[in-house]
Design a protein around this ligand. Sequence first.
Ligand code: IPE
Ligand code: IPE
Ligand code: MG
Length: 233
Amino acid sequence: MIKINKKIDLNKVPAHVAFIMDGNGRWANKRGLHRHFGHRIGYTRVLMAVKRCADIGIKVVSVYAFSTENWNRPKEEVDEIFRIIRENMHKDLDEFQMNGIKVVASGDITKFPKDLYEKLTEIIEKTKNNTRCTLNLCINYGGRDDIVYAANRLNGKKVTEAEFGKLLYNSDLPDLDLVVRTSGEQRVSNFMLWQMAYAEFLFIKPHWPGISEKLVDKCIVDFQKRKRRFGKV
Ligand code: IPE
Ligand code: IPE
Ligand code: MG
């Protein structure tokens, strides 16, 4: 039996929740460990978080896994992040299938090492018929890159906001309802700039590897207390 926080109104769950998964390095450093270890533990938390969201009834979960700016980190760290994904993807495929999770990617994944790109596309292909929840992996993702990618496909055509939105990565996904950033940093770091127009924000103290089912639940409870107005009175 899955125990979900009783304060969550299951009839009013957000359609699209995102996690800016920050603080892996600080989490590890605080424990006298190498940053790389923080990424390893942080990786395992993605599956936990998406499974929890699916259990709550959230249909779309975006996770910011690697930004277009993260290429500027030391090569060893970038390689380690790729290695972690590469090593764990297969085990996760079974989990995605068992939990009805469809995986999509936002960002130019063709820029990754070939084997990683192939693994990602395999997972996307194999999970494409799952309907319980969508995990949108934002990887080599930048909000500005997303908008420029869309603009480059306009070919000078005049469009409405709705039409422009259809040119973005995974444009079938709804706009963001809730963005959670871990580790206390209060900034968006080039994440889904277009899609967050009316999102609610939660900046929580724990570092990403410290995220738990209880904390995910608490985020939803806090979101449900917000009064959203969308510019109206
Ligand atoms: C988030 O943790 C993971 C990625 C950006 C890939 P960080 O690596 O940014 O950890 P901190 O913020 O340095 O602690
Ligand atoms: C944001 O975290 C990007 C991801 C979580 C993938 P960063 O750690 O890269 O952001 P900044 O540099 O602190 O703004
Ligand atoms: Mg960081």
